[in-house]
Design a protein around this ligand. Structure first.
Ligand SMILES: C[S@@+](CC[C@H](N)C(=O)[O-])C[C@H]1O[C@@H](n2cnc3c(N)ncnc32)[C@H](O)[C@@H]1O
Length: 308
């Protein structure tokens, strides 16, 4: 066993990938990250249920600890198979949604089917076309693995953000966080596929990923932090002011409109329920905010255009 120095900090960077696993297996990670996690937390064994090219096994061997590794390509589907161990430390490196597909790309689906009796394409997380369904599957897999941990055990999850058509799909933001959130480590990315892509417009190239570390402090009770999205109409919210509401209606229609249009668009919404003088309030809002609203002709209002 090699004696190594602790190098784990909240930002890590491994420009040289290191030895172990297969750097031709797409989306593989540096064994150095796993070695640093082992050196820092000193688990006696490590489990990886999406081991890909086996980087975790190589790191564990280098650090002189036992490993238990599985993958869809070798007979284990996290969604349907039972976890046999009671792990002390799980390293989890799920697919980056559908950015890199695994079944039938990194390994032949027909080989898996003839050897293990299932078609991996059906269960492969990287084959889930809708983000929401991917998040659901990721969160099921997260809670399943976390539930299997022994008390005091940890999960380190390596994941990234995906940018598509001007929207960020953030695995870190949407992944369920059971137990105690102990650390988020920023990991610089090197030699990734996207390095060679020329981006246009307002795309800020992503040069990092994250390692989230959660700890199981209790056997029976697990606090769970999760995100959910709500879609609100600004006319029904407590936080929006009258100026915000009137401006939003004018912005949405994009032209000068009479007061009656504003009344129609705002009545029946929560904003009017707490103020019986709501029509007066709309008129007052238009008059008191000349930097936002212009009276274009008698009784007609529109948003003031910004000038340079
Ligand atoms: C990002 S790769 C892991 C790479 C690995 N850390 C390495 O260095 O080679 C994700 C892995 O998840 C596996 N996978 C996808 N869906 C799975 C499932 N339902 N059950 C188990 N493994 C799955 C894929 O086969 C792929 O090998």
């Amino acid at each position: 066993m090699e004696k190594r120095k602790h190098t784990l900090t909240s930002i890590v960077s491994y420009p040289e990938r290191g030895e172990g696993g297969n750097n031709r297996y797409r989306g593989n990670c540096s064994p150095k990250l796993i070695e640093d996690l082992i050196d820092f937390f000193h688990p006696m064994e490590i489990c990886d249920y999406m081991c890909g090219s086996g980087t975790t096994k190589a790191a564990a061997e280098k650090c002189g600890i036992k490993s238990f590794i599985y993958d869809l390509h070798s007979g284990f589907d996290i969604m349907n198979c039972d976890i046999q161990e009671r792990p002390e430390f799980i390293f989890w490196h799920p697919p980056y949604w559908d950015i890199i597909k695994y079944s039938d790309v990194m390994y032949k689906a027909s080989d898996v089917e003839s050897r293990y009796g299932y078609n991996p394409i059906k269960y492969d997380l990287s084959r889930i076309p809708k983000w929401e369904k991917f998040v659901e599957a990721m969160n099921y897999a997260m809670l399943k693995q976390f539930s299997s941990l022994e008390k005091g055990g940890r999960m380190a999850v390596l994941m990234g953000d995906i940018k598509k058509k001007g929207r960020l799909y953030s695995m870190l933001s949407e992944i369920v966080k059971p137990g105690t959130l102990e650390n988020v480590i920023i990991k610089a990315q090197h030699n990734c596929f996207s390095d060679n892509i020329q981006y246009s417009g307002t795309f800020i190239p992503i040069l990092h990923e994250y390692v989230m570390i959660v700890r199981k402090d209790e056997s029976l009770i697990m606090p769970i932090l999760c995100t959910h999205q709500v879609v609100n109409d600004i006319r029904d919210t407590k936080e929006a002011t009258w100026k915000d509401v009137v401006a939003a209606v004018l912005e949405d229609c994009g032209t000068a409109v009479p007061l009656s249009y504003l009344y129609d668009q705002i009545q029946d919404h929560e904003k009017t329920k707490s103020n019986k003088w709501w029509k007066e309030k709309i008129r007052q809002t238009l008059q008191y905010n000349p930097s936002c609203f212009v009276n274009t002709s008698k009784g007609m209002w529109q948003l003031r255009k910004k000038t340079a």
